[in-house]
Write a protein that binds this ligand. Structure first.
Ligand code: SF4
Length: 252
């Protein structure tokens, strides 16, 4: 069945240029160095997400509620290994108590733990939230730094948290690779990588910069609604004709 959908698939690498040879419909635009390829993909995927009731990811919603890089940083930290709905509620509870480094430091750690429970690793996260707040006050005049290296130096902050904070807090182009971005980019055949860190570098080399920020938001919702981790809904996927379906053994 996949053969009938995909017809022919091959990746031809010539320097940084990757060409996909697929169905007639897509053949004309199938060059990943062609911005029209990405425009078309994003448009179709966004439309499909809307059609299937996809809302915004939790951190995007939080970013729209207030212009606060601190809220984005802290809620992204809370979101790690935690479901979206839990992140939203836990963040709202915490920010009703404190949403600046100074006010956060007035809270005992146990109070923060209670507020963000049942987020995964809530005790460690509460401890890191206090440590981060202290460092921001002592080293950054109470502000979140708009710099990847300085963000990565904060306790509990990895590349995903740093890049999402840069994206949503400062509109700085950086590719935030979470589990959905890593999985879908590899399934589609845009890249061939083993880890999110490799994916970030690989995506930088194939994707136009103007898509670096919206990529995460789109693929998170796409990964929740259509290209799900187990048995993706390929039958409802509007970009299946240009998807290599790499590693997909079962689909609906
Ligand atoms: S849903 Fe299927 S066809 Fe669509 S991107 Fe995912 S694996 Fe590819």
């Amino acid at each position: 069945m996949r053969d009938t959908i995909m017809k022919t698939l091959s990746h031809q690498r010539t320097g940084m240029v990757i060409t996909f040879l697929l169905s007639e419909k897509w053949r004309m635009i199938f060059s990943m160095n062609d911005e029209h390829y990405w425009d078309t993909l994003f448009e179709k995927m966004e439309h499909a997400v809307q059609e299937h009731g996809g809302g915004l990811p939790s951190i995007s919603l939080i970013a729209r509620q207030a212009d606060s890089p601190y809220r984005i940083l802290i809620s992204t930290l809370i979101s790690l290994r935690t479901k979206d709905e839990v992140t939203l509620e836990a963040s709202a509870r915490l920010f009703s108590l404190a949403d600046t480094p100074g006010s956060m430091l007035l809270l005992p750690q146990e109070r923060i733990e209670q507020a963000i429970y049942p987020a995964g690793f809530y005790r460690t996260k509460a401890s890191n939230i206090l440590k981060i707040s202290r460092i921001l006050l002592e080293k950054h005049a109470g502000a979140v730094p708009a710099d990847q290296q300085q963000l990565l130096a904060l306790p509990g902050v990895g590349i995903k948290t740093a890049n999402l904070t840069l994206n949503l807090g400062f509109s700085i182009e950086a590719i935030c690779v979470d589990t959905h971005v890593h999985r879908i980019s590899n399934r589609m055949g845009w890249i061939s990588t083993r880890t999110p860190e490799e994916s970030e570098r690989a995506l930088q080399s194939v994707m136009p910069r103007r898509y670096w920020i919206p990529l995460n938001e789109l693929l998170v919702t796409y990964g929740q609604r259509i290209c799900t981790p187990v048995s993706p809904f390929c039958s409802r996927c509007p970009v299946r004709e240009c998807c290599a379906q790499i590693g997909v053994d079962r689909f609906r």
